[in-house]
Structure formats: C-alpha cells, structure tokens
Design a protein around this ligand. Structure first.
Ligand code: FAD
Length: 388
C-alpha cells in the first residue's frame, strides 16, 4: 500500500468528499487519499433527520459505499481508521499501529462532534443516543425497533426540532426538553419560535421548555424516567441528545495549528496557520465564521479546489438562508450576525415574517414561518451576504 499521496484529506463527510469531487471536476489528476474514522459511505447528512418519517432503512441513505466512492474519485479511501496525530514537520499523518502516510498537501475535514453537556450514568447510557452520522443513525434505528417508541429529545435547536418532527411523523411519541423558553432560539425570534411550538403541541409533541434535567434514572423494564427541575417527570424508552456540536479540532491543536473554540482558524483561502495544511466544513472557522451548514462547505470545496489547482480563490458564503425541515410548520431563517436594532414582525397564526434591521433601517437578517417562507428568495436578495 502506498504511503504517500500528493493530497491527503482527513474526513469523508460532505466537506472532504466535496473537495475531492470538485478537484476531479476541474480535471486535477494528482494522487488523493481520503482517511475516515467511519465507514466512509457517501451520504447526505441532512437526510438523517428526514428518514424516520419515510421509514428509510439506514442502507437506503448511503448513496455509495467507500469502494464505489474510491472508484468514482479515482482515490484511495481508508476507512475505520482514526488519524492519531499530525507530524507537520515531516508532512505526514500517523494512523494506527505506527502506520505513517505522507502528503504534499493536507486538508482537515474532520467535522464536528456532538456535545453532551452532562454526564450520563452507565445504567441509562445504552438508551441515550446522538445522531450525527450514518453509523449513529443505524444504532438509533435499531434501538427504535418496530412499534411506536417514546423518545425524549433534549435540545430545541435545528437538530432537535427536525428529529422531533421526523420521529413524530414516523409514528413515535415525542417529547422535547430544553432550557430555552422557545424552539429554535438561535434562529427565530420568540413569536416565531412560539408558532412552531404551537404546531408541535397541536400535533401531540410534548414540549417541556424552560426546563433543565435534574436526573435520569431507569424505570420499568427498559424505560427511563427524566426528572425536570420543576418536579415534572417525562417517561421515555429512548433519549436523543441534540445539545450542540463542537468542532473536531484536537488533531490540529495538538500539532500546534491555530485553533479557537469555533474551530481551526483559516483565512478566506482556507489556509491554516501551516502553509501546507487547509481546513473546511464544520471543523473550520473561516475568517471568524464557523457556519456548520452545507452551503458554506460547498462554496468552500469549490473555492479550495480552484486554489489548489493554481487559481487562488477566496471563499464567499453569499446569502444562505437555512431551511429547517419541520413540515408541521415550515421555517426559513437567516439570522443576523450582529444584534439587530429592531425586529419588524408581521403576520398571524403560523404565517409570520420577521425582518431584522440595523439602526439605519437596513435588512440584516430574517426569519419566516408557514406561508411566509415563500418570501425567502426576495429577502435573500436584499440581505447582506456573510463573508461577501
Ligand atoms: P462530517 O460529516 O462530520 O464529517 C467528518 C468526517 O471526518 C467523518 O468522515 C469522520 O469520520 C472524519 N473524522 C473525524 N475525526 C477523524 C480522525 N481523527 N481521523 C479520521 N477521520 C476523522 N445543514 C444544512 O445546510 N441543511 C440541513 O438541512 C442540515 N440538516 C442537518 C441535519 C442533521 C441531523 C445534522 C446532524 C446536520 C445537518 N446539517 C444541515 C449540517 C450539515 O449536515 C453539516 O454541516 C455537514 O454535513 C458537515 O460536513 P463535514 O464534512 O464538515 O463533517
């Protein structure tokens, strides 16, 4: 097995694979090796939170196996192999059992890992899950079994709300528990978060908002009882933690690259503080922005492919409203990056638009629910782009 590649990419998520694909599309012929800690299957991560409603078995979500991916990309794909360390002085990475792989150019696309804010006791751990990749989806899918299952989701952000809607649509009994007072608190002003909450409530999803968890304990044969800070109890068969993500920047940090809590610091050319190493996707903080969405990583893959083939191209994220996959009440959000002077909120029932304005009355972000989501294109044209 060759132990050198012109380009080594760590990570086979949408960022790593997207870059390799963009390079081949430009006709680039260099040798590429992709290394992944997981199964290396090519899948679209956003579809993970739409699969339960459609009753999709995990294998249906994998578009290509790692071997098929390697064929398509004319690349070597090493799977189930976590990279242990970077040796930046010798331009090489250390795999298991002292195996060394050297590179001319290294790209870090290691994504972000679920963050679990409290420790989980061993007696309930087998019933607690996170879903951040296809292997996680497989494990959760298996635990759900066939009949309706009581699932307590902890967290009211995008991932928590999407899984709440999707599992409910798949016939499961869903509760959502979160310390914030409204759903999607980082994406929506309160009246719109409340509209989504009303839609969830009407559908029969139980909401325990403004609540934290005092204890998790086994109950009955395979159940768990969650005790909340107001004394309420929630009974569940499974717990799904959707409590945020942390960039996987440990390899970079240990190698002395510049890293912040928002990820590996890169410039608009996606260069890290080491001249032969680049980063993109959920792990990268681009000029101070770590977006953790598909559109920015696709723009990054395209720009980096151009840069690596001799046309230095700074990435621009443009204006990319987030489409939240909650069919019970459609939501689109483009949150402002600075605190707005005011929110101009109009509409009624579930159909609300909220425009964030700065002190000069300029549009700096927006949020839309229900029928108002059709204003997405018009408002995107008027809003400023991020990293324009
Ligand atoms: P990842 O997909 O996390 O890939 C990281 C890769 O690095 C993996 O292959 C992993 O095995 C590998 N790796 C990590 N550490 C090591 C190591 N030490 N050695 C070797 N390999 C390593 N975004 C949207 O824009 N729209 C949506 O609708 C949307 N829906 C989402 C729904 C869900 C349920 C989730 C979880 C996310 C969603 N997102 C959405 C976010 C989007 O999916 C992510 O931004 C994107 O998939 C991140 O891709 P990535 O390649 O950067 O990271």
């Amino acid at each position: 097995t060759p132990s050198h590649a012109a380009l080594v990419i760590i990570g086979t998520g949408m960022a790593g694979v997207g870059l390799a694909r963009a390079l081949r599309r430009l006709g680039d012929q260099r040798s590429i090796t992709l290394v992944s800690a997981d199964s290396g299957e090519d899948y679209s991560k956003p579809l993970l939170s739409t699969g339960f409603a459609k009753g999709l078995i995990p294998d249906k979500l994998a578009q290509r196996s790692a071997a098929e991916l390697g064929n398509e990309l004319q690349a070597r794909v090493i799977i189930h192999t976590p990279v242990r360390a970077l040796d930046v002085d010798n331009r090489s990475i250390l795999l298991e059992q002292d195996q060394v792989l050297s590179y001319d150019t290294l790209v870090l696309a290691t994504g972000a890992a679920p963050r679990v804010p409290f420790s989980i006791a061993p007696n309930v751990a087998p019933r607690c899950f996170t879903i951040n990749d296809l292997d996680d989806y497989r494990r959760f899918h298996k635990a759900l079994g066939h009949g309706p299952t009581r699932v307590a989701i902890i967290g009211a952000g995008l991932v928590g709300c999407e899984f709440a809607n999707d599992l409910h649509a798949g016939g499961h009994q869903v509760s959502v528990i979160a310390p914030e007072a409204t759903l999607l608190p980082r994406l929506l002003p309160a009246p719109l978060g409340n509209a989504l909450g009303d839609a969830f409530n009407e559908a029969g999803i139980r909401l325990c908002l403004g609540r934290s968890i005092d204890s998790l304990a086994p109950s009955s044969i395979d159940g768990i009882e969650l005790r909340l800070d107001n004394g309420d109890a929630v009974s569940a068969d499974l717990i799904l933690m959707a409590t945020g993500l942390t960039p996987r920047s440990v390899l970079a940090e240990a190698a002395g690259l510049s890293v912040s809590p928002s990820g590996i610091e890169v410039d608009r050319l996606l260069r890290t503080s080491n001249p032969n190493i680049y980063a993109l996707g959920d792990v990268a903080c681009v000029d101070g922005v770590n977006a953790m969405y598909v559109q920015p990583l696709q723009a990054s893959a395209k720009a980096l492919a151009a840069t690596l083939t001799g046309s230095p191209t700074p990435v621009s994220f443009g204006t990319w409203p987030i489409v939240v996959k909650t069919p019970l009440l459609p939501v689109v959000a483009y949150p402002p990056t600075t605190v707005p002077e005011r929110w101009r909120i109009e509409g009624e029932g579930g159909d609300i638009s909220a425009l964030a304005e700065n002190k000069d009355g300029r549009l700096i972000g927006f949020a839309l629910t229900g029928g108002c989501v059709r204003r997405k294109v018009e408002l995107s044209r008027a809003a400023p782009s991020l990293l324009g």
